[in-house]
Design a protein around this ligand. Structure first.
Ligand code: SAM
Ligand code: SF4
Length: 416
């Protein structure tokens, strides 16, 4: 979500005459798009704000804008703490940004907040991120998102389809639809369209090649959606389905709204309907009170499920959340680290095994750019693939024969 919003802001500023700087010290304007989902992310933000304060002392004309989840409704307190910041605006509160720019007398093209890509001269990746629902109504006990991004608000289906049609006219081949919980998309719209309806609508856009979406919630994902993924050719065989824990008592304390058994059944249904599905998940270790035995349940679920990718995080108490109010953060940080490493180590072995099955196989890669002298892109199942070739592959679908695999990426030779 932050990446999508950064793209929009960059596109907008580009239309106002700014160009990307290569460092803070050479910039006239810095926009800090913040994440505070964990304390470590917030610490990074605070460190950067300190650095920018020093820079502003040296260059008083430097303008500093801060957005993202750090900015809650009480901006007065933030203004008091960070007087060197010129503007604080809430995530997606672009009217506030536009108003500020107008006051600076800068010419603007507001349309570029919606269509940030080609005109903006941003890295011409063929992939775009499209927020479809803002906010979250779930209030998982550990999570700060609903407090910072507010309640769920879906964008009208027709508006999203028009936006994607325009992006495709400008060269986009793949869209990733974004929401904290894409499965509740549409419940607040007239006629209650859902994500499956949106996928159907987008599938009929001629030159759009691939559609992805994230994140799903195991308590809300519907059979209709699973069947849409199975039947629509453009929708990639990849689902982000965060489980968070492998123990029912911890899941209840997290207020996730499902049990391990329900999750297991869901994965079974998904794998029956979409045999090539690649599954990613999120896991939190060291939730308050998590015993060694309860952690072992998460480890065994990981062994059993054989996810393609796991994002694992150590529990971080977030002020204002239910867990912060009601539970003591009583798992020592060394224990959290140890549990985190155990999951990562186990997952590296599982991903290595899954990816090694692609050795010698030919995969379809949508080429996104170059890194370290090689082309890179992703398979439909979201595997990162590198290959070397002198040709111009950006935005093309390449057939790559896989010669090298690791838990994190694949390498191979392009077939011509
Ligand atoms: N909406 C998605 C879901 O239902 O899982 C995820 C959104 S959340 C912003 C992204 C991930 O951050 C979560 O899946 C969770 O693993 C992690 N996360 C959120 N709050 C956390 C906390 N207080 N401590 C550690 N990890 C946290
Ligand atoms: Fe946070 Fe996701 Fe739970 Fe919403 S569903 S509260 S974003 S973890």
């Amino acid at each position: 979500m932050n990446k999508a919003e950064s793209q929009q802001i960059a596109g907008y500023l580009n239309s106002a005459g700014y160009q990307a700087a290569t460092s803070f010290s050479s910039a006239d304007l810095v926009v800090l798009n913040t994440c505070v989902v964990r304390q470590s992310a917030e610490n990074k933000v605070l460190g950067t704000l300190g650095l920018l304060k020093g820079l502003k002392n040296k260059h008083p004309n430097l303008q500093i804008l801060v957005t993202g989840c750090l900015v809650d409704s009480d901006t007065q307190e933030l203004k008091r703490q960070f007087p060197h910041v010129d503007l604080l605006f809430k995530p997606s509160d672009y009217p506030e940004l536009i108003d500020w720019e107008q006051k600076q007398g800068i010419p603007i093209d507001q349309r570029l907040l919606r269509y940030p890509r080609n005109d903006a001269g941003i890295a011409p990746s063929p992939c775009a991120f499209i927020p479809i629902i803002q906010g979250c109504d779930n209030f998982c006990s550990y999570c700060i998102v609903p407090y910072r991004r507010g309640r769920e608000v879906s964008r009208p289906l027709g508006e999203i389809v028009c936006e994607v049609e325009e992006l495709v006219r400008r060269g986009i081949k793949e869209v990733t639809l974004l929401g904290q919980n894409v499965d509740s998309y549409g419940h607040d719209l007239p006629g209650h369209p859902d994500l499956a309806d949106l996928l159907n609508g987008l599938s009929s856009i001629d030159d759009l090649v691939r559609i992805r979406f994230l994140t799903n919630h195991p308590k809300d994902i519907s059979l209709k959606l699973i069947e849409a993924v199975a039947s629509l050719n453009k929708v990639c065989e990849h689902l982000e389905l965060p489980v968070q824990a492998g123990n029912d008592d911890i899941l209840r304390a997290m207020r996730r709204g499902y049990t391990v058994e329900r999750y297991r059944e869901l994965v079974h249904t998904i794998r029956c309907k979409i045999p090539q599905i690649s599954l990613s998940t999120d896991i939190i270790v060291g939730f308050p009170g998590e015993t060694e035995g309860q952690f072992e349940h998460s480890l065994s679920l990981v062994k059993e499920m054989k996810f393609d990718v796991i994002h694992v995080a150590a529990y971080s108490p977030r002020p204002g959340t239910i867990a912060w109010r009601e539970c003591q953060d009583n798992i020592p940080s060394e224990v959290k680290k140890e549990r985190l490493h155990k999951i990562e180590e186990l997952q590296a072995a599982i991903a290595s095994e899954i990816n090694s099955q692609l050795q010698g196989r030919e995969v379809e890669v949508l080429v996104e750019g170059r890194k370290g002298g090689k082309w890179f892109g992703r398979t439909r199942s979201n595997k990162l693939v590198f290959f070397e070739d002198a040709g111009g592959w950006l935005g093309q679908l390449a057939r790559v024969q896989i010669g090298k695999t690791s838990p994190w990426s694949l390498g191979g030779e392009v077939k011509k």
